[in-house]
Design a protein around this ligand. Structure first.
Ligand SMILES: [Zn+2]
Length: 230
C-alpha cells in the first residue's frame, strides 16, 4: 500500500512534468497601437494687414464682405479694387464689430459693401464718373478715403438673406434717401434696425444714402495706401 502511495506521489511530482508541452498559443494579432494625438491645431486664418488700418475680418470674421468695387457689379460698372478687403481705422473697426455684436443678439449680421477706399481708387472712380453728385472729387476726399466710413446692410442670419431696404446699394435717387416719404413700413423697420445699431456704436448716417455711415471721432488723414492682394 505504501508503495502504491509512493508511486502515486512520484507520478504526481515527476509524471506531470513529462506530459507533452502544450502548443504555444498562437500570438494574438497585435492591435494597431493608437497613440493618443492632440487634436490638429486649426490654423487661424491670417488676414493681411495694412499700416494704420485694421482688417475688419481679423477682429470679427462673422462680418460678411460683398465689396462691390472689387467687382463690376457697381454703379460705374468697372472693377476699381484689384481684390476685396475691408480695412478701417482701428477704433472704427472696433465700433463696427460692436454694432455687429448688437445685431447678432437679435439674429442679424452686417454685410459691408465698401470700407476704406484708397485715394487712387477714388481717382479711378472719378475717372469713370466725374460728377460730384455721385463721386466725391479726389482732391476733396471723402470719409471713405480716411478709413472712417462704411457702406453696409443687414442680413437675417437664419434666412441668410439681406433685409429689404427699398433700393439696392448705390441706387442714386430719392428712394435711397432716409427721409423719402413713401417708404413701406417694412423698409422703415429694416432701415431702423441698421441705423439703431450703427448709431449706438458711434456712427452717423447721411440723408441721401441709407447704406452709408461714418464714424464720429477725430479725423484721420486721407490715405493713398493700397492693400496688397494675395
Ligand atoms: Zn459710402
Amino acid at each position: 500500500m505504501q508503495y502504491k502511495l509512493l508511486g502515486l506521489l512520484l507520478f504526481l511530482v515527476f509524471g506531470g512534468c513529462q506530459s507533452k508541452p502544450k502548443p504555444k498559443p498562437k500570438p494574438k494579432p497585435v492591435a494597431a497601437v493608437t497613440i493618443p494625438q492632440k487634436p490638429p491645431k486649426v490654423k487661424k486664418k491670417a488676414y493681411p494687414s495694412l499700416d494704420g488700418f485694421t482688417n475688419i475680418q481679423s477682429i470679427d470674421s462673422t462680418i460678411a464682405l460683398d465689396i462691390r468695387y472689387a467687382t463690376t457689379e457697381n454703379f460705374v460698372k468697372a472693377q476699381i479694387y484689384p481684390c476685396p478687403a475691408c480695412y478701417l481705422r482701428p477704433e472704427v473697426a472696433l465700433a463696427l464689430a460692436s454694432a455687429n455684436a448688437q445685431l447678432r443678439q437679435k439674429g442679424y449680421g452686417i454685410k459691408v459693401f465698401d470700407c476704406y477706399r484708397p485715394r487712387p481708387a477714388q481717382q479711378r472712380l472719378w475717372d469713370k464718373v466725374p460728377n460730384p453728385s455721385y463721386v466725391t472729387p479726389p482732391s476733396k476726399g471723402s470719409m471713405h478715403n480716411r478709413g472712417m466710413a462704411i457702406d453696409l446692410t443687414v442680413f437675417d442670419i437664419k434666412a441668410m438673406r439681406e433685409l429689404y431696404m427699398g433700393t439696392s446699394y448705390d441706387f442714386f435717387g430719392m428712394k435711397a434717401h432716409t427721409d423719402y416719404p413713401s417708404l413701406s413700413q417694412k423698409v422703415i423697420t429694416h432701415r431702423k434696425i441698421l441705423t439703431d445699431a450703427m448709431t449706438k456704436a458711434g456712427f452717423r448716417g447721411i440723408r441721401t444714402e441709407w447704406w452709408h455711415f461714418y464714424y464720429v471721432g477725430p479725423l484721420h488723414p486721407l490715405s493713398s495706401l493700397e492693400w496688397e492682394c494675395e
